[in-house]
Design a protein around this ligand. Sequence first.
Ligand code: ZN
Length: 416
Amino acid sequence: MDAATDLRLVGGVGVPEALLSDPERFGGVRQGDLRCGTLILRGGRVEGLTLETGNSRPECIVLSRLAEAHVHLDKCHSIERCNDVGGNLQTAIAAQMRDKVLCTAEDLERRARRGLSELVAAGCSAVRTHVDWSASADAPLVPLAWEVFGALNDEAVKDGVTLQRAALTDIDEMSDPARADAVARRVARDGGVLGSLVLHHIKRREGLEVLFACAEHYGLSLDFHVDEGLDPDLNGLELIADVAGAMRFSGPVLCGHACSLASRSDDDVARIADKLARAGVAVAALPSTNLYLQGRRDGTPDRRGITRLRELARRGVDIIVGTDNVRDAFCPIGRHDPIHSLGLAVLAGHLDPPFGRHLHTITSTARRAMGLEPLNIEGAAVADLLVCPVPSLSDLISGNSPVLPLTEHLGVTNAP
Ligand SMILES: [Zn+2]
């Protein structure tokens, strides 16, 4: 059959309005924050919705493939061999450092392959993994995991999946321009992302200025682990916004964690949010690891450790949700599944219904923060879409049924 005239209809579909640029024009009938009807696919692409006849309650939700902007495939699924897990961030860093002697190429590939396949099964077509990258004098310039994951990306691309690698350096070490340049040059050569850990580092301002200059020079995106703690003196997020603004940095900047905003005054949060919005810096909330590591004390935790998602969003900052650590020293349980992570953010960050307005945190905004074009549903290729056989976004985010590639669904149902 001529691909241009190949018509397929999928009945009983609900499409989140928030994932459409023009819901009225897309068609269907509005039900809550869904457009419902029969999905029209022509020539392998989405044309719109017709009005549903009969039972108008959708039988399935169709959405674009997901983006996971923050995982650690070099650490995941190592929990069985990590001792002394169950403390704060510094305890986790020390435990994971001790585990590094076991991270051979075979071990890294096995665990990362598992993590990536879990993410793809959960609906992802874009994944960013951080890779621990020490530029200290006694470490090799390029970490083993960086090389191993490069080969994994070459494989993933053939299946329509992008695996980005983000170098996770130490910001004090990046204050040395020669070291930072060597890392940035290699990251640029490999199409990677430049990043750093920013906590109470003495040279964090100098390191950020050097790192931004390197990123500008090589045309790189930036990604930070910043202010992963509840100490109100952690000010890396504001420093990043200041440096990005002062340099008029043009590339995407994504800041993960930003937990210490929870300990700042409303005035501080408003000021920092305005700077982030002006500089175009996005913030990733990472609820699973924050819930596990933050707010540690003798008794039950009474702090959540989640950044001020709602306040940031209200002032125009791009916010996204990521999965972070899965079954390692930083988080001893977890799933590589952005929908599950969004569910955690709903609970921990009070992201209330209607839920369609939060889907961008694991789709379009997450892709933009990764430097990728958003996947619009209008005109989308069937291969870029997912389907979940549930009638509502509450069911979807609850994980009451797995998401499937729409191509698989069409094959199973043999739609006309
Ligand atoms: Zn992380």
